[in-house]
Design a protein around this ligand. Sequence first.
Ligand SMILES: Nc1nc2c(ncn2[C@@H]2O[C@H](COP(=O)(O)OP(=O)(O)OP(=O)(O)O)[C@@H](O)[C@H]2O)c(=O)[nH]1
Ligand SMILES: [Mg+2]
Length: 397
Amino acid sequence: MGFFKKLKEKFVVEPEGKEENDERKEELEVEKESELEADDSTSELEGETESVEEEIPSDEEPTLPSEGEEEPLQEEESIASKFKNGLAKTRNSFTSKINDLVARYRTVDEDFFEELEEVLISADVGVSAVMEIIEELEMEVKRQNIKDTKQVKEVISEKLVELYYGNDNQQNIEELKQNPEGLTVYLIVGVNGVGKTTTIGKLAHQLQSEGKKVTLAAGDTFRAGAIEQLDEWGKRANVHVVKHTEGSDPAAVIYDGIQSAKSRKSDVLICDTAGRLQNKVNLMNELSKVKRVIEREIPGAPHEVLLVLDATTGQNAMSQAKTFSESTDVSGIVLTKLDGTAKGGIVLAIRNELEIPVKLVGLGEKVTDLETFDANAFVYGLFADMIEDQENEEEEF
Ligand SMILES: Nc1nc2c(ncn2[C@@H]2O[C@H](COP(=O)(O)OP(=O)(O)OP(=O)(O)O)[C@@H](O)[C@H]2O)c(=O)[nH]1
Ligand SMILES: [Mg+2]
């Protein structure tokens, strides 16, 4: 099966044609009805009036919608549309460049690959990642004896996913680690303005809606207004915020945060930190101190040190990652503002050059715009138009 088809099956549930839409609507109605009937039958079983209504013979019991299939399908759909919407800028630029390339080169040759290289680099994929992709593509094109450039689009999409997950073939999305024996602590670090506090707000909301009890610690005591900003997110997500006054010792705030989270029996404590101090050395020292306090109070914590990077800053983000990894063991990246850039390829560069997994991505400013990173959904978001176009082309023949 082609890779576009695979992605389509995984992520697209909604048919585009009106007729098909109507069919789907009908299907949904039937499903709803059968759900209702199913509900009736359960209440019948529980109720005492069983003998009164004998109209439904027992061998014609309405089929229950299979749980295993229905629910995840809807979830996948929303993940797909979130990646699709969040990557609109990147996709528009990328799709038009690829389509232009394919239109100009009918057959796959050296020049085609050279230009493709430029397209990928212009999307911030990163030079070494691009080299790897191109090499893989050249081999695949030979292997499959592909002549027509149109077919290459699909192979590119497949290679991007492969490059992301590497050879280990472990195509699992990277969930945040949790403490199985008590309080889970996440430490959020990153330079000023990248989206740390916003990410904390979104994450708190997400965990809370999964039924977890969350506490926040306002560890940015340096920037004016930072404590209030976290407090505001705390109110929005309806979670408790531990805070001291501006200028106080952040390690003391985090210490209190841990005690408070423990006594409130929270599942997760998320620690905000400053993005800027008097200088970089001070900032790194402060983060190390905060981390030591967490390590001392809870063995095995912090369970994640998440470095927040702003996707719109391109190569700058890469150098920030290097600086932070040197002083704190960064366990994962949160890449924010993917919606604000046409160069979303930075995800692949980060993975390829830093070997730190991208765990979460920010796809907008709303509280729900934070998603666990999934390379398949990401690539779907990049190629969504082509995936849909290909379907139409197939239909024409
Ligand atoms: N479009 C978009 N904007 C985002 C996203 N994440 C954060 N932002 C915006 O980025 C800006 C900075 O976010 P903050 O959360 O304050 O950043 P910070 O890292 O805490 O900054 P400091 O506290 O100054 O260190 C805000 O205007 C956010 O709305 C995202 O995924 N998409
Ligand atoms: Mg902040």
